[in-house]
Design a protein around this ligand. Structure first.
Ligand code: ADP
Ligand code: MG
Ligand code: MG
Length: 245
């Protein structure tokens, strides 16, 4: 059964429909790529999933149960973490403080510093990351900061991890490390929604690809049926050969 179903999601900004009844079905333990040209509605759809935007209409089901994601807190509690293109950490706090940021409230009390660092270090070690829980975030590379965001998601027991073009600022080596980590998380049953324009990345990582075009859901391809020219046709709405005429 699907972990996540988004049904007939519509989002209007004034008179403009950024999403026009989009469907998205995601299974546990899959990397689900989300593709589409700039402006297709990918980020808007994921912001709705993460509770950062509300939908004008539509339904979200997690484990078959209807959810009304009223805000980011509800989405986090539902097991959804969105990692934006821009890093979303407090730069002057430690890794441990960032991992715990916001979770004191849900635990009903402050967590002791020492306990916080120990717990954070366990998650960091699980990722195989090279920094320490007590390091300041502003001393870390972009790739490491991204790992802190993933560590925070694991610490919150997120089951759906959304990454919006995560390799844009990474070196080849850092990209390889991120891919290894994504594959490991997939093996642990996490669902990863992966927004990318890069065909090679989508080929390497994805079990399923869904395509949006002009705010509409065009369709999905599974790994076995992946076909670059078909994907391009889905994204731009006409055959690849037309682009050269
Ligand atoms: P993508 O991520 O696929 O590039 P977006 O979801 O960012 O696309 O944007 C889809 C469309 O919605 C674009 O035309 C964009 O200009 C518009 N849009 C996104 N956010 C807003 C907003 N807050 N206000 C008005 N228009 C928006
Ligand atoms: Mg964009
Ligand atoms: Mg976007």
């Amino acid at each position: 059964t699907p972990l996540l179903e988004m049904r007939k999601i519509t989002r209007r900004f004034g008179n403009f429909y950024a999403l026009k009844g989009v469907d998205l079905t995601v299974y546990p333990g899959e990397v689900h790529a989300l593709m589409g040209e700039n402006g297709a509605g990918k980020s808007t759809l994921m912001k709705i999933l993460a509770g950062a935007y509300s939908a004008s209409s539509g339904e979200i089901l997690i484990d078959g149960k209807a959810y009304t994601l009223k805000g980011p807190k509800e989405a986090l509690a539902a097991g959804i973490t969105l990692i934006y293109q821009e890093i979303n950490l407090a730069p002057n706090l430690t890794v441990a403080e960032n991992i715990f940021l916001g979770s004191e409230i849900t635990r009903g009390g402050m967590v002791k510093r020492r306990q916080m660092a120990d717990e954070a270090q366990q998650v960091i070690d699980r990722l195989g990351a090279q920094f320490s829980a007590n390091d300041l975030v502003n001393r870390l590379s972009i790739a490491e900061q991204q790992q802190v965001e993933i560590a925070r998601a694991l610490h919150r027991n997120s089951r759906i991890l959304v990454m919006d073009e995560p390799t844009a600022a990474l070196s080849n080596r850092e990209t390889e490390q991120l891919f290894a980590l994504i594959k490991r998380l997939r093996g642990e049953g996490m669902a990863i929604i992966y927004i990318s324009h890069r065909m090679a990345e989508v080929y390497e990582l994805s079990d399923r690809v869904s395509v949006l075009r002009d705010g509409e859901y065009v369709g999905s391809l599974t790994r076995e049926n992946l076909n670059a020219s078909e994907l391009v046709r889905m994204m731009v709405g006409r055959p690849l050969s037309d682009l050269f005429n």
